[in-house]
Ligand binder design. Structure first.
Ligand code: C2O
Ligand code: CU
Ligand code: CU
Length: 478
């Protein structure tokens, strides 16, 4: 697979409309696997550039002219330096979604504001103990984040480590799938800000219905990122099961077989697929999902064609829209069937919490804002500290959704473990940084504030909801 090395000069030429980049058959462009061990240096140019995606508008917001942005790879202990050049007409910044980094300085600091025309240096060292996994970089400037992500910005980031060295995992064919919906060039995508904008053009690595290839009998490792503004993706692969090996930021103790994967915005899944030994063609489909309960009413400003909850069948949140083919897996050649790993990596359970808190998610009227999305009755205010915690503490948070829409709850810097949903113990121990809290649901999570003090945020990852107030500030005190 062709690999593109990003040298400063090339990228700036590209942004000036000069160079065409080599893009892999899968639609992804990669940062150079490090020639110089221990360092990743990169320029990212955020700009509106031409794209060619059938059905989508002719221009989009991109990093280095690419949609998705270049795939970044690093290892624990690496030093990373990124120059972010803002060639947009509004402020932006960068967030390293899911990485365990300081939320301060030039690291994962979402309070930085990079003005149009300005360049910001990001500089950090990935901790030696950082888990391997697939992560997600995207803009995070409050007020412009939803427009910029919906407009196209975002990319995948891989940390290589222990999970990748498990022999069966190492032997699998790896394929990153970056999922993003884009507006149709004809407009009329329907859903408004209140529900969260969805586009009708479904892309995988910036392509419409790409072909993926693998050998019959092979283990295929799909590393999937939901890079959408609001869309939930509900995936199934014809003729195959998924064997989940890692959630957001970390490995499971052993693979878990599932027939369907639900990924909320910002969420990732790492799955193995035992490619059918007979070979053939198999559709990867996206099934409809209803993010709102039927009783919500048009007064909320939703467009036509919104998938509504279906009475008692709502438990599955099956939507009424179409099932869409988003990619096709073709086999070419075959090999002796590979076996699945039995064991992965231990998931160390977080200890008993020293403190409990409750976060109530809903929408309502807010002074001076009109209809807003609220956490504990309040819309986001960056001047306020909503939650103060002590570095090193483990806390248990009760996330209560009293509204009529699902909200994927995301916390920066430290991952969470889900303890229960509506009082039912969570069956599988896993690390997550985005946790779906369905309408009417109560989810208990644990989180430990390790290593890094500073101010950061938690929010709904339907980015339109975040912009409309569903975010709070978290201060981790040393
Ligand atoms: Cu992926 Cu605060 O975001
Ligand atoms: Cu994040
Ligand atoms: Cu929400």
């Amino acid at each position: 697979m062709p690999v593109q090395r990003f040298r400063r000069r090339d990228v700036l030429n590209l942004a000036a409309g000069g160079l065409a980049l080599a893009i892999g058959a899968d639609g992804l462009s990669r940062s150079q696997p490090r020639r110089q061990r221990g360092r990743l240096d990169l320029d990212l140019v955020a700009a509106e550039t031409p794209i060619s995606i059938p059905g989508a508008p002719a221009r989009a917001l991109t990093y280095n002219g690419l949609l998705p942005g270049p795939l970044l790879e690093m290892e624990p202990g690496d030093t990373v330096e990124i120059q972010l050049h803002n060639r947009l007409n509004q402020p932006t910044n960068l967030h390293y979604h899911g990485l365990h980094l300081p939320p301060t300085g030039q690291a994962d600091n979402v309070f930085l504001s990079v003005a149009p025309g300005a360049t910001q240096t990001y500089n950090f060292r990935l901790p030696e103990q950082h888990p391997a996994g697939i992560f997600y970089y995207h803009p995070h400037h409050h007020g412009t984040v939803a427009d910029q992500v919906f407009g196209g910005l975002g990319g995948a980031l891989i940390v290589r480590g222990a999970l990748d060295r498990i022999p069966e995992v190492a032997g699998a064919r790896e394929q990153v799938l970056f999922l993003k919906d884009l507006p149709s060039e004809q407009g009329g995508d329907g859903m408004g800000l209140m529900l969260g904008r969805e586009g009708s053009i479904l892309t995988v690595n910036g392509r419409v219905q790409p072909e993926l290839t693998a050998q019959a009998g092979e283990l295929l490792r799909l590393r999937i990122i939901n890079g959408s503004n609001a869309r939930f993706w509900r995936l199934a692969l014809e003729g195959h099961s998924f064997h989940l090996i890692a959630t957001d930021g970390g490995a499971l103790a052993a693979p878990v077989q599932v027939e369907e994967l639900l990924l909320v915005p910002g969420e990732r899944a790492d799955v193995l697929v035992s490619v059918n030994a007979e070979g053939g063609q198999f559709r990867l489909v996206n099934r409809p999902y209803a993010r709102a309960r039927g009783g919500m009413g048009m007064g909320m400003g939703m467009g036509m064609g919104m998938p509504m909850g279906m009475g008692m069948g709502f438990a599955q949140n099956a939507g009424t829209g179409p099932t869409t083919t988003i990619a096709t897996l073709h086999t070419s050649g075959s090999q002796k069937p590979q076996t699945l790993p039995r064991r992965l990596l231990p998931v160390v359970q977080l200890p008993e919490p020293v403190k409990q808190r409750r976060f109530v998610l809903n929408h309502g009227m807010a002074p001076g804002m009109g209809m807003a999305f609220l956490i504990n009755g309040r819309p986001y205010d960056h001047h306020r500290i909503d939650t103060r915690v002590q570095l090193g503490d483990t806390e248990e948070w009760e996330l209560v959704n009293t509204g009529v829409m699902d909200h994927p709850f995301h916390v920066h810097v430290n991952p969470m473990q889900v303890i229960s949903r509506n009082g039912r113990a969570e069956p599988i121990a896993a690390w997550r940084d985005v946790v779906l809290v369905r309408a009417g649901e109560t989810v208990r999570v644990r989180i430990r504030f390790d290593d890094f003090p500073g101010r950061t945020v938690y929010h709904c990852h339907i980015l339109d909801h975040e912009e409309l107030g569903m975010m709070g500030t978290l201060l981790i005190e040393a």
